[in-house]
Design a protein around this ligand. Structure first.
Ligand code: AMP
Length: 288
């Protein structure tokens, strides 16, 4: 499976990518991580990227495309990968299309994590606090000033990718404001719907997702007679009540109930009415 995670800084791409890695046994290819490693190692790419990254700008397309192309060729990426932070510009997306074609690889999906911009700053602040707590080195670009610049470059250069992939029918948008595990579940459901993951091959996820659907249907089917009977009984009760209310002319019965009861009682006996209601419910459910 090959997917792209798209979203502004702080949208949860990194977190989701890690969870998806655990779930599907594929690798996370984060250009940001690779560039940070290059900076730390002082490689020529790192030297080129250092200043740009610290200021919140984008590293030149040819640099990141080169990194990704090499990384995709590594044996651990054969099973599939999640691109996190790449592509970030339309030329990068075009280059990716080209190199995937050359390598005879197919892109399964592009998942956009949509979040409220107002939440991004506090999310990044939380990330910084957590990294400090863990004793990890805090990213130089995780400051409010640089974040503003990164957001601006997301809007102008990366957001057009939403249109790019939606035109190619690859885009799935997920509400990134939900809780982390809910986002993961929504991504999983989407991947299942697209046929990008096999329900059977992922016992943990399958138990949660596919059978969850089937189980629900099964549960519904199993519960049908009981529920139908219950509903029938309820209808009978309601009809009885409403009939009383209509007869007495009291204001106890609600308008709706009175209307319903008037219809029902006019047609059949109470027993027959209940039976019919039960049948109707069963039919409706069968249709579903
Ligand atoms: P990230 O970890 O994805 O937030 O990336 C951190 C920084 O690395 C970005 O602000 C950019 O400076 C640089 N970077 C990461 N990925 C790319 C990319 N695909 N294109 C250009 N610059 C990138």
């Amino acid at each position: 499976m090959r997917i792209i995670l798209l979203g502004p800084p702080g949208s949860g791409k990194g977190t989701q990518a890690q969870l998806l890695v655990q779930r599907y046994g594929i690798v996370q290819l984060s250009t940001g991580e690779m560039l940070r490693a290059a900076v730390a190692a002082g490689t020529p790419v790192g030297l080129k990227a250092k200043e740009i990254m610290a200021s919140g700008g984008l590293v030149p397309d040819d640099v990141v495309v080169g990194i990704i192309s090499d990384r995709i060729d590594q044996p651990d990426a054969k099973n599939g990968f999640i691109l996190d932070g790449f592509p970030r510009t339309v030329p990068q997306a075009e280059a990716l299309d080209e190199l995937l074609k050359r390598k005879h690889l197919k892109l399964d999906a592009v998942i956009e994590l949509r979040v409220n911009e107002s939440a991004l700053l506090s999310r990044v602040e939380t990330r910084v606090a957590q990294m400090r707590e863990r004793g990890e080195e805090v990213r130089l670009d995780d400051t409010p000033e640089v974040l503003t610049k990164r957001l601006a470059s997301y809007r102008s250069q990366t957001e057009p990718l939403i249109h790019y992939y939606s035109e190619r029918r690859k885009l799935s948008t997920i509400d990134g404001m939900m809780a982390i595990d809910e986002v993961t579940r929504a991504i999983h459901r989407q991947l299942l719907a697209l046929g990008a993951v096999e329900p059977k091959t992922h016992a943990r996820s399958a138990a949660k997702a596919v059978p969850a659907k089937k189980a629900k249907a099964g549960k519904k089917a199993a519960a049908k007679p009981a529920k139908t009977a219950k509903k029938g009984a309820k209808s009978a009760k309601t009809a009885k009540k409403a009939k009383k209310a209509t007869k007495k002319g009291t204001k106890k019965g609600t308008k709706k109930t009175v209307k319903k009861a008037a219809k029902k009682t006019a047609k059949k006996t109470l027993k027959k009415g209940a039976k019919k209601a039960a049948k109707k419910v069963t039919k409706k459910r069968a249709k579903r």
